[in-house]
Design a protein around this ligand. Structure first.
Ligand code: ARG
Length: 591
């Protein structure tokens, strides 16, 4: 992730320094007191932190701060740790505090205390996701396909990753403006308008489709390469459009309406919605003024007829803001867009989600915005392309996999799986489930990878019922729900979340400790702009759950243990549903 921070005034951090995990913060607070008791007041003790144990055999949590403290105090780290632990009696939340290695402090918490902590999370809204936004605004620019071209598989990652970030930031209490920055302006419209008039029959124009437009574009583009007169006529149509010619304007508007209609169909299937869908054209009138401002500040200079901003100091090639033919370009639009967003929403961050090929473009115009005094934090979340084992998904290779076809296939394959195991389910229910599983599988195949990696997409992996897949997590959730249903039959009218929680078995404690990590995982996913952090967490939670379930009978255990275990199960269901929801993945109760 490229993070260009232009802020002059320091804004409150997202919370990386604060400890989100309520166990960790209480333990750290006790250790701070112990450091004070052992060595007196010092500013440095404020930075004492506790983290989950790297090796569960030594405890539940650990503190590594005796080492830096030892430097400060000029004493051996182990001696420091010993003095700290000797300074105060063991509090009721701990059953053990020990020193290991060079001076690690290992802490084992009491099951009763841990039970209280996890119960408090479970009772909190959204399982304790912290309100880290403090009313701050984030604009997320994602999906952003180009008009008159079908949305292809290359746009899926932007849509899916962007939407997950959108949901995660909202959950953290940010004001999120999700903006679909459509590519609806530019030289291609001259080629399209002229081609539309020439290559399509009346009937085709009547029943215009995005596919027809794509064909028109290719045909018109090819002809422009060999026929200069054609190219000239296309340019003339573009100029007419830019000057507001009513006929060309109406045709262009129709291209947009038809494209949006198709995009909306896909967004509906993906359960994605935006606060704004502003195309590049929205900023068109602001371009001259933006360029003028760059000139007045002495930032933009003429070079070979074009207007450019030099970025030598930043170690980048010049950023062209006006082409030699006088036309404004992609960079000019993006700079104007930042100005407009800052004026309208005063965002703290603007996050752009696109593929890796646009990295230079973003770095360049971020640098130009910095020169203009932009104080919002501009971030480019780029992702590697998604490929099929046999090659790329990209349009240029002619091997176009349209997004819609991919979604159809996902649902078809999911339906086959469902039919094989649920013959008695009504047809309509099977179809709804197939949509939830098929779309979930595609989303998860994307979100479970670090955005900045190349994904080789295979149906086998995406739809696997075992292993790190969307369906695996959905099944895990549905299985817990069915266990809860059975419990409800066995013990009618009892809310499992009201039961007494006992964490006597090691695996129960492990599960509770892992549930405690949910809010931190959500926060970390936002901080790093990597929904994969949350996906990893959910996968690891469901693995822990499955080993808990294998080792600890729930419904057959004696009542007190059964009631406690079912409460743990109910919490696992809470977290899986909440976490999948943040990834934009449905969590059906029954599969
Ligand atoms: N329309 C562009 C594309 O399909 C993505 C736009 C991303 N957003 C932006 N503000 N540049 O590649």
């Amino acid at each position: 992730m490229l993070d260009t921070r232009f802020n002059t005034q320091e804004k409150v951090g997202l919370g990386m320094q604060e400890t989100v995990n309520r166990c960790e913060s209480q333990l750290a607070e006790w250790l701070r007191q112990a450091f004070r008791a052992a060595f007196g007041e010092a500013q440095e003790w404020e930075s004492i932190r506790v983290q989950p144990a790297t090796d569960a055999r030594f405890g539940d949590f650990q503190c590594n701060d005796a080492m830096p403290a030892a430097k400060l105090l000029r004493r051996p780290p182990r001696a420091v740790a010993e003095a700290v632990l000797a300074a105060l009696p063991l509090p009721p939340m701990l059953t053990r505090a020990e020193i290991a290695g060079p001076g690690f402090i290992n802490l084992t918490v009491s099951p009763e205390w841990l039970a209280e902590q996890v119960a408090a999370l479970s009772a909190a809204p959204r399982f304790g996701i912290p309100v880290a936004g403090h009313g701050r605004t984030v604009v997320i620019d994602y999906s952003s396909p180009n008009v008159a071209k079908p949305m292809h598989i290359g746009h899926i990652r932007s849509t899916v990753i962007g939407n997950a970030l959108d949901r995660i930031f909202r959950a953290l209490g940010y004001r999120v403006i999700a903006d679909n920055h459509l590519g609806d302006w530019g030289t291609q419209f001259g080629l399209l308008i002229q081609g539309y008039r020439t290559f399509l029959s009346d009937a085709e124009r009547e029943a215009l489709t995005v596919e027809a437009l794509e064909r028109v574009y290719v045909q018109s583009y090819n002809r422009s390469k060999e026929d200069p007169a054609w190219l000239e006529s296309c340019k003339a149509e573009l100029v007419k459009l830019q000057q507001g010619d009513p006929e060309n304007r109406a045709i262009w508007e129709r291209f947009i309406a038809i494209s949006r209609n198709e995009f909306d169909r896909i967004y509906k299937r993906l359960d994605v919605s935006f606060d704004l869908t502003r195309g590049e054209s929205f900023y068109n009138d602001m371009l001259p003024e933006t360029i003028q401002m760059l000139q007045e500040k002495g930032l933009a200079v003429e070079s070979d007829g074009a207007l450019v901003v030099r970025l030598e100091e930043e170690g980048m090639p010049v950023c062209i803001v006006r082409k030699s033919d006088g036309g404004f370009n992609y960079a000019a639009t993006d700079i104007a867009t930042v100005r407009s967003r800052v004026a309208e929403f005063n965002p703290d961050r603007i996050i752009y989600v696109t593929d890796e090929r646009q990295q230079l473009h973003f770095r360049q115009f971020f640098a130009v915005c910095a020169k203009l005094g932009c104080t919002a934090r501009l971030e480019h979340v780029w992702f590697g392309l998604m490929r099929l084992p046999e090659g790329t998904f990209s349009t240029r290779q002619g091997n176009v996999i349209k997004l819609e076809a991919l979604l159809d296939e996902a649902e078809r394959r999911a339906l086959e799986i469902i039919k094989a195991s649920n013959n008695d389910m009504p047809e309509a229910e099977q179809k709804a489930l197939a949509a939830a599983i098929g779309i979930g599988a595609i989303k998860y195949a994307d979100l479970s990878h670090d955005p900045q990696t190349l994904i080789v997409f295979t149906w086998e992996k995406a739809l696997a019922l075992e292993g790190n897949s969307g369906p695996y997590l959905q099944y895990a959730h549905a299985r817990v729900c069915s266990l809860l249903d059975k419990y409800a039959e066995q013990v009618p009218g009892r809310d499992p979340l009201g039961n007494v929680l006992l964490l006597n078995e090691p695996v129960e404690k492990t599960l509770a400790l892992q549930l405690m990590q949910f809010p931190a995982a959500v926060l970390r996913a936002a901080e790093t702009c990597k929904p994969s952090v949350l996906a990893d967490y959910l996968f690891s939670l469901s693995q822990t759950y499955s080993s808990f379930y294998q080792r600890s009978p729930v419904l057959k255990a004696e009542p007190a243990v059964r009631d406690s275990r079912i409460r743990l199960c109910a919490m696992v269901a809470q977290v899986l549903a909440e976490g999948l929801g943040l990834l934009g993945i449905a969590a059906p109760r029954r599969i």
